[in-house]
Design a protein around this ligand. Structure first.
Ligand code: FAD
Length: 543
């Protein structure tokens, strides 16, 4: 991979690029890496640099006019090489079969691609995410993979089922999740040019807005550049992607791809938070059963629960999962040892934490090395945490604000909505876990006050860094922004990768699907690039 700063664009902009990728998060990295080695000239434009910068952070600020959201945008999106994988938590899981379905109780649901079509891409996503397998572990097979006996008796599966997530692990640094920007130089050859500090401000199009013919780029000092490419792939994340299309309003006043007013609509995230807690005494075995499982090679999984499909269908609920999460005490001995390993112990506190918790350390070592479980941390609270899918709602949306950022671009105005069906799903899974644990003789959680008192969803359920659906995929241009190949409806060469294209959000953390669809898009682009050489002539004539 080659690398240049934005100011080199004065020489690079006329280089005859085949593909211009906007954004170097997991989506942009996967597209670049997959296209590399196919005889294409690829430029990857990234607004951030290799380290965090105040200037870049400020470009992400938003105006919020809807349900309360996290204010500090760095906590939910990272403008830096590698995008938000810079701080992600690495939890991976494929979508479930029901997520692709058109469900009568979820208006506007239904994907234009099937689970079978997406499955090979979920598998191909695994190496990018540092997981040993992309699919095939979320059923009975899990216990074979982790070489453990399935605990019996288990849930009544017409109500609740076991569910498993895989955790990302950087093969070069087992303590880290994959930060995809770090691996880009290994995955991409010299046919990929990464340009940092290059913020795309606008995508320009021909007169009938069928061809994106150039991107306009701003350097941090405001200097502007223009760059043309045969194909443009927008990978700027679930908020910036619609913002950039809406800002690209020279040819179409409503914004590029927005002739039918769909860009920015259907904003979803996940509602995730504690719904109950367990009295701590007597939960050791429970924590082991619903804890971490390590396999040879270091892959870690976690065991939780999912509301059954039957419950979702019978009670018109959203796809929802739950798992156990401990709140670690300040004197946890493993944190103390970690600081020691980094040669940064906090003394004398860390020494005392280790000495006072020798029992936990010895039993923990046995659990970790012999039983291959997770580390039994010292916790002060054990929560049941739930995460639920959101309804696609056209009124939940990103538009442009009257406020402007330092480059003079309108900020994103976010009107994010939450719905009764989601609140009901969180309540129901809490009840199901309570009833099933009680039936199985397991420790029973105590529901949080808002659930017990039938009070409204607390406003501290904020967005969890999974902005989704804002340029949704669908065959009907009147109700979707991109088609099933992620090509913007009505355009010949502008594609989108990222969670913005998901028509529905599942309960699943989005990044594995983001990378899977990005790989699928790269395959499509390889075909399109070789099929459609004439786009090259059109573009280079117009730049
Ligand atoms: C704390 C945290 C924990 C998370 N944990 C998980 C998890 O456990 N599992 C999971 O699946 N997901 C998790 N996520 C979400 C995950 O990080 C995102 O799903 C993923 O990064 C999305 O990839 P992306 O490439 O679509 O977008 P991003 O990673 O957001 O990348 C977008 C890129 O585009 C660049 N960009 C934006 N605008 C422009 C512009 N105008 N010009 C040029 N470049 C631009 C940005 O700088 C950025 O590099 C977490 C996120 C956070 C913040």
């Amino acid at each position: 991979m080659r690398h240049a700063d934005v100011n080199a664009l004065s020489e690079l902009s006329g280089a005859g690029w085949d593909v211009c990728i906007i954004g170097s998060g997991p989506a942009g990295v996967a597209v670049a890496a997959e296209l590399s080695g196919n005889g294409l000239r690829i430029v990857l434009l990234e607004s951030g640099g290799h380290v965090r910068q105040d200037f870049a952070d400020a470009l992400d600020e938003v105006e919020n006019v809807g349900w309360p959201r996290v204010e500090d945008q760095w906590l939910v999106r990272n403008r830096i090489v590698g995008g938000t994988s810079h701080t992600w938590s690495g939890r991976c899981v494929p979508f479930d079969a029901i997520d692709y379905e058109a469900r009568s109780w979820v208006p506007e649901s239904g994907w234009p691609v099937t689970a079978e079509e997406v499955r090979p891409y979920l598998d191909r996503a695994a190496p990018y995410l540092g997981i040993s397998r992309g699919t095939g572990y979320n059923d009975e097979g899990f216990w074979k993979i982790v070489q453990r006996q399935r605990p019996v008796p288990m849930f009544d599966e017409s109500r609740l089922r076991s569910y498993y997530w895989a955790f990302s692990r950087d093969p070069d640094n087992a303590r880290e999740h994959m930060r995809l920007g770090n691996h880009l130089p290994r995955w991409a050859g010299d046919d990929v040019m990464l340009v940092t500090n290059a913020t795309v401000c606008r995508i320009a199009a021909n007169d009938d807005a069928t061809l994106a013919d150039a991107v306009e780029i701003a350097a941090p000092d405001g200097t502007r550049f223009r760059l043309g490419a045969r194909f443009i792939v927008l990978c700027a994340g679930g908020i910036e992607t619609p913002r950039l299309l809406l800002c690209s309003n020279t040819t179409l006043p409503a914004g590029l791809g927005n002739a039918r007013g769909q860009v920015g609509r259907y904003l979803m995230d996940h509602l995730r938070g504690p719904v109950a807690s367990f009295p701590l005494a007597g939960t050791k075995n429970l924590r082991r059963q619903f804890g971490h499982y390590r396999i040879a090679g270091g892959q870690v999984f976690v065991h939780g629960m999912q509301m059954s499909e039957t419950m979702q269908r019978d009670e018109t609920l959203m796809n929802t999962t739950a798992w156990l999460e401990g709140r670690i005490t300040p004197d946890d001995p493993y944190n103390a040892l970690k600081r020691w390993a980094r040669l940064k112990p906090e003394l004398p506190g860390d020494a005392l934490s280790v000495l006072r918790n020798l029992g936990l350390l010895t039993s923990g070592a046995r659990d970790y090395f012999v039983a291959r479980n997770g580390l039994p941390r010292k916790i002060e609270r054990l929560n049941l945490v739930a995460m639920c899918e959101q309804l696609p709602d056209a009124e939940s949306r990103v538009t442009l604000s009257d406020q402007r950022d330092r480059l003079g671009l309108p900020r994103a105005r976010i009107d994010w909505r939450v719905h009764e069906q989601e609140e009901r799903s969180l309540r129901r899974i809490t009840q199901l876990v309570t009833e099933e644990f009680s039936r199985l003789g397991l420790p029973v959680p105590i529901a949080d006050d808002w659930i017990r008192d039938d009070a409204p969803l607390p406003q501290d359920f904020r967005d969890v860094a999974h902005p989704t659906g804002t340029t949704r995929m669908g065959r009907d241009p009147a109700r979707a922004v991109v088609d099933e190949n992620c090509l913007v409806h009505g355009m010949r060469n502008l594609y989108i990768a990222g969670s913005a294209v998901f028509p529905t959000s599942s309960h699943a953390n989005p990044t594995q699907m983001v990378v899977a669809l990005a790989i699928r898009l790269a395959d499509e682009l390889k075909r399109a690039a070789h099929r459609n050489m004439n786009i090259c002539t059109d573009i280079h004539a117009s730049v």
